[in-house]
Design a binder for this molecule. Structure first.
Ligand code: SAM
Length: 286
């Protein structure tokens, strides 16, 4: 009788967090996982090559980024099936958090492969903790939509009581700070810049105060914005349709455009802009 064949080893996929600016934040477990991997899938192979060199490791690298992640899935699953252990890293921080990683982890888990996430830095958590704002309950909103959609998005968050965390690119910081100040002027917030790096900076103040600083200062580096949630004590006052219409009318009579007036009144009461806009239309018909 034939001997039963030894069961072939199946590979394991590990999402490995990496530093967000300070190489001393590499953990022993991250180093071990990268050292043991047969393949390192990396968002930017050149950038990650430098990290591996810093760790004294030389590994086969495969590029894995936002625009090729779907196309890479079959190859990575085939390599796991062939028994290769794969470590996946992004440019900085925790893969899967505003970075590639979640889709392949889902696919690998679904296909029955062992998966793991090796913990480490994440800019959102670092900023939340450093902000000094309430950490009991928070909502991570990632990158805000661009342009006008950002204003509406922020207004929809007006009644959110949890602390809010946003990522923002330096070239959009001023615009975002301006919108935050318009929608949430007196709310406490923190602007967290260059976290874990030499020039780390955390500014705490109201949205209006911090906006003023950034309208005068050139944004440079990487930013996380943390905004206090709505205060439940002074929560959305009950407001009737007639009052909303009266406030809208006052703004419209003062020369404000319909959309802008709807936005302002909606933000005042934490209401959906569309709802207030519709009241404005009714007002025009009356
Ligand atoms: N996966 C990463 C993580 O775990 O934080 C986030 C990647 S996302 C593409 C990049 C954004 O994260 C930046 O635009 C910035 O908002 C934030 N970020 C990353 N590193 C940062 C740092 N050292 N200081 C402040 N913000 C940072």
């Amino acid at each position: 009788m034939d001997e039963p064949k030894a069961k072939q080893k199946r590979g394991k996929l590990s999402l490995v967090a990496t530093p967000i600016g300070n190489l001393a934040d590499v953990s022993e477990r991250q180093r071990q996982t990268l050292a043991a991997a047969d393949l390192v899938a990396a968002e930017d192979t050149r950038h990650s090559g430098l990290l591996l060199t810093h760790l004294g490791l030389k590994k086969p690298l495969l590029s894995y980024y936002k625009h090729n992640e779907a196309g890479r899935e079959d190859e990575l699953l085939a390599r796991l099936a062939a028994g290769e252990d794969i470590a996946l890293i992004s440019d900085a921080g925790t893969p899967g958090i505003c970075d590639p990683g979640s889709a392949i982890l889902r696919a690998a888990a679904h296909a029955g492969f062992e998966v793991d996430a090796i913990p480490g830095p994440c800019a959102a958590i670092q900023a939340l903790v450093l902000s000094g704002l309430d950490t009991e309950r928070f909502a991570f909103e990632g990158f805000l939509p661009r342009g006008q959609a950002k204003r509406e998005f922020l207004q929809q968050l007006a009644a959110e009581e949890r602390t809010l965390v946003f990522y923002e690119a330096p070239h959009r910081l001023r615009e975002t700070m301006q919108m935050l100040a318009e929608a949430f002027g007196e709310r406490p917030m923190a602007v967290c810049r260059e976290l874990t790096k030499k020039f780390q900076e955390v500014q705490r103040g109201t949205a209006a105060e911090l906006n003023q600083i950034w309208q005068e200062r050139e944004p440079k580096g990487e930013y996380v914005l943390v905004l206090a949630g709505a205060d439940p004590a002074c929560h959305t006052p009950e407001v009737g349709e007639e009052q909303l219409k009266a406030e809208l009318k006052r703004l419209l009579d003062g020369g404000m455009k319909h959309k802008a007036a709807a936005r302002e009144v909606a933000a005042r009461y934490g209401l959906p802009v569309g709802e207030v806009y519709a009241l404005g239309l009714a007002l025009k018909r009356e």
